[in-house]
Design a protein around this ligand. Structure first.
Ligand SMILES: Cc1cc2nc3c(=O)[nH]c(=O)nc-3n(C[C@H](O)[C@H](O)[C@H](O)COP(=O)(O)OP(=O)(O)OC[C@H]3O[C@@H](n4cnc5c(N)ncnc54)[C@H](O)[C@@H]3O)c2cc1C
Length: 471
């Protein structure tokens, strides 16, 4: 019987373990935190269930949907998606709808949008390398400024001209202004573009319940999980990975190690890593998220699942309303829990700020954009910090990542997967797919290149668009 060690109990690690345990492989999972589900976990807050930010699940890949259906059976709700963009003190439907845009923009802005769009189609930027170039080519300079620049730069913390075009290609692939306009008139028939999908499946127990239930299956098939056991080193002999060392110095051996821990830490945990590889790994970096949850004694604040905030005068970038997901989340409570997202690097003041300070800016900004009235009372506030959740696709990152990939590929029986595990801007579905395919590579001796998932779209979504343009 083969034995596999899995580092991390997020979607990637759990789906890999699920697949392996189904195929009679012995699995040992080591999870650094006290929780299962990673960034996709759910938790109890003031008697209700919430996720770490909004977690919409969507995939067209049969293997991913099979995992979802097998684990949850029918314990999910189909949620109708409503999301809007807040820009210039107005709310725009998202996906954009023609008449709604016309209603909300002035005539002079509409003329300017059309002018820059046509100009760009006649004289496009050659070889667009950055997010700004890519989106400008596709939508024109004016629309880039209205619906992309502010939100994207807040999220990534670097100018749009320094974000790799890869990110735009990955997130918006195939969607053009013309198509967005046609869709707004005809509707998104057959869900052709994931960008425009208007319904999604949501687990009744919160996103994280998918992974908790999958763990039950893993354990019932002999799998074992060790919680609060961060892995700090890998055991490598003659370029073959033989096992892991926990932070407490305990050694564990296996035939394969699947890792979903941050790739930068993985590299550091391999004693034989040459200095030039360590230096290259330092060039890959992450962005953190701060989530501020607020409880308000009101059952109906607004209808959206989440709202993108395109406004330079406030620091946050997105607001989720958990009351509008599945009714099972709020457990008959009469209050609403909102979650505001701020983004930061490790050294930013806001990342190091006290919770009280973050709570006060959140309340102030929420009132500034008038999502709640100035005299509305905030009953409770809680702050959560999610480190390393966005691998930053700065222009040039691909060359660095390629060097790291080549190095890790030279070590046998070590399989890096996942969002920070493989430095891919994964959603849950991509991490699940990586996990399942990592398991298949081991069980069936197949040789699927996991690094391609989420960059080579064809495998998972029949060559169709990857995901929402602003997730
Ligand atoms: C605010 C926000 C909103 C999001 N919205 C969506 C959405 O709408 N839809 C969607 O599909 N996805 C969404 N995502 C993305 C989704 O959360 C991730 O794609 C998914 O959780 C990635 O799974 P993973 O297993 O690759 O990584 P993770 O979820 O990060 O799991 C990795 C696990 O490894 C553990 N670990 C780390 N280091 C070690 C170590 N040294 N030893 C042992 N264990 C370790 C961690 O504790 C963690 O449990 C969102 C993410 C965020 C932050």
């Amino acid at each position: 019987m083969k034995k596999v060690i899995v580092i991390g109990a997020g979607p990637a690690g759990i789906s890999a373990s699920y697949m392996l345990s189904k195929n009679n492989v012995k699995v040992e999972i080591f999870e650094a935190s006290p929780y299962v589900g990673g960034m996709s976990r759910s938790f109890n807050l003031w008697g209700q269930t919430v996720d770490l930010g909004p977690h919409r699940f969507f995939s067209k890949e049969p293997k991913v949907n099979q995992f979802f259906n097998e684990v949850l059976k029918d314990d999910y709700t189909n949620v109708s998606r409503l999301t809007r963009i807040y820009y210039n003190k107005r709310f725009f439907d998202y996906p954009l709808k023609l008449f709604n845009v016309f209603k909300n923009l002035s005539i002079s802005t509409i003329v300017s949008v059309l002018y820059y769009y046509i100009k760009q189609q006649i004289i496009p930027i050659k070889n667009p390398r950055s997010f700004e170039d890519w989106v400008t080519n596709r939508f024109g300079k004016k629309l880039y400024g209205i619906f992309f620049k502010n939100y994207t730069e807040k999220l990534w913390g670097i100018p749009g001209s320094k974000i790799d075009a890869d990110w735009a290609a990955q997130r918006i692939k195939g969607l053009s202004l013309i198509e967005a306009v046609i869709n707004s008139i005809r509707g998104n028939k057959n869900n052709k573009h994931k960008t425009l999908v208007d319904q999604f499946k949501y687990p009744n127990g919160g996103t994280g319940s998918l992974y908790n239930k999958a763990l039950e299956h893993i354990e019932s098939h002999g799998g074992v999980i060790y919680m609060e056991q961060p892995i700090s080193k890998l055991i490598i002999n003659n370029n073959v990975c033989k096992g892991v060392v926990t932070k407490d110095g305990e050694e564990h051996y296996a035939d394969y190690v699947i890792s979903s821990m941050p790739i930068t830490k993985l590299i550091k945990g391999i004693d034989i890593t040459p200095k030039d590889i360590l230096d290259t790994a330092k060039k890959l970096y992450f962005r953190n998220t701060i989530l501020v949850y607020l409880e308000i004694n009101d059952e109906h604040l607004f209808d959206d699942n989440w709202i993108y905030i395109h406004a330079p005068n406030v620091k946050h970038g997105r607001i989720t309303n958990f009351r509008n997901w599945a009714p099972s989340l709020n457990k008959d409570k009469k209050s609403t829990i909102l979650c505001m997202e701020f983004w930061a690097f490790d050294n930013d003041d806001i990342w190091k700020a006290e919770d009280e300070y973050l709570a006060s800016i959140a309340e102030q900004e929420l009132k500034e954009i008038k999502l709640i009235s100035a005299d509305e009372k905030i009953e409770n506030v809680q702050v959560k910090r999610v480190p390393k959740c966005y691998p930053v696709y700065e222009t040039g990152y691909k060359e660095h990542l390629q060097i790291i990939e080549n190095y890790l590929n030279s070590i046998d029986n070590l399989i890096p997967i996942g969002r920070y595990g493989a430095f891919k801007y994964n959603n849950q579905d991509h991490s699940i797919l990586m996990g399942i395919l990592a398991g298949e590579n081991i069980c069936y001796n197949s040789n699927i290149n996991l690094w391609d998932i989420n960059t080579d779209t064809d495998y998972q979504e029949d060559g169709e668009v990857k995901d929402v343009l602003i997730q």
